[in-house]
Write a protein that binds this ligand. Structure first.
Ligand code: 5HY
Length: 246
């Protein structure tokens, strides 16, 4: 099977890291195609960045559909553009945030999320409510390291994340931790070992759930929320995005 993994921001180094994390858990026979749009924000930190990442994301999803991929993964923890992507696609579309929340719920009564900046917290809290999993999440915390600083040794990111994990354990009674950024994908195993509890990365979670959907023959339901968009004209710069039902 072939799985498209879209990093909706435009930082190639992050796309490479995400692709490596996806390939590390992919089953034999699963091909991971990791891409990012050429246009859009270099990182997504809050609602404004999210909006400008969605057109590029949808263009990549459309290409994946045309090439017949088995599933799509949106590799941004906010699950940016998830509903629009599902409306466009027939193959399953898995957001790394939703995937991680569900896997955390399978191994822990209560989990906490550790994301990058505090400004990213409201969108994650809103998604937890939307997915019906807010009651399982004790708290969404932030390590206050910007997305693109996660790989900068000067940011002390791993130590900052570890400090929040300890606070989540002792103050929130968290029994598992969800890493709230695709850029943290390479940290999960070591942090789990260091802190003695499950630490869940959304990229790996999404790959296994995408494989499961494909093996089970599940495709996006088009009978309601994710129905194919109605044909209509889009004027101006977005004309190429106009939905055309065959
Ligand atoms: C992500 N931003 O996974 C989110 C995380 C965040 O560019 N990739 C991004 O901080 O909202």
């Amino acid at each position: 099977m072939r799985i498209l993994v879209v990093n909706p921001n435009t930082s190639v180094a992050m796309t490479d890291k995400i692709g490596a994390a996806a390939r590390a858990v992919a089953a034999p026979g699963t091909e991971i195609i990791a891409v990012n749009p050429a246009d859009g924000p270099v990182s997504i930190e809050g609602y404004y960045d999210e909006v400008f990442s969605v057109p590029g994301l949808l263009a990549e999803i459309a290409k994946g559909e045309a090439s017949g991929v088995s599933a799509h993964i949106i590799a941004c923890f906010d699950d940016t553009g998830l509903e629009a992507a599902r409306s466009l696609a027939s193959a399953p579309v898995i957001g790394i945030g939703e995937a991680a929340f569900h896997l955390a719920s399978l191994v822990a009564h209560r989990f906490a999320v550790v994301t990058t900046l505090s400004r990213s917290i409201p969108a994650i809290e809103t998604n937890l409510m939307k997915y019906g999993l807010a009651s399982r999440c004790a708290k969404v915390r932030a390590c206050e390291v910007p997305v693109l600083a996660l790989d900068d040794p000067a940011s002390n990111a791993s130590a900052q994340i570890s400090a929040e994990i300890e606070r989540a354990r002792h103050k929130d009674r968290a029994e598992a931790i969800v890493l709230g950024c695709a850029g943290m994908a390479d940290l999960a195993a070591r942090l789990s070992e260091q802190h003695g509890l499950p630490v869940i990365d959304g990229v790996a979670s999404a790959v296994k759930l995408a494989e499961a959907c494909s093996v089970l023959g599940l495709k996006t339901s088009k009978t309601g929320a994710y129905a194919t968009p109605l044909s209509k004209t889009y004027l101006g710069a977005f004309a190429a995005f106009a939905p055309r039902r065959d």
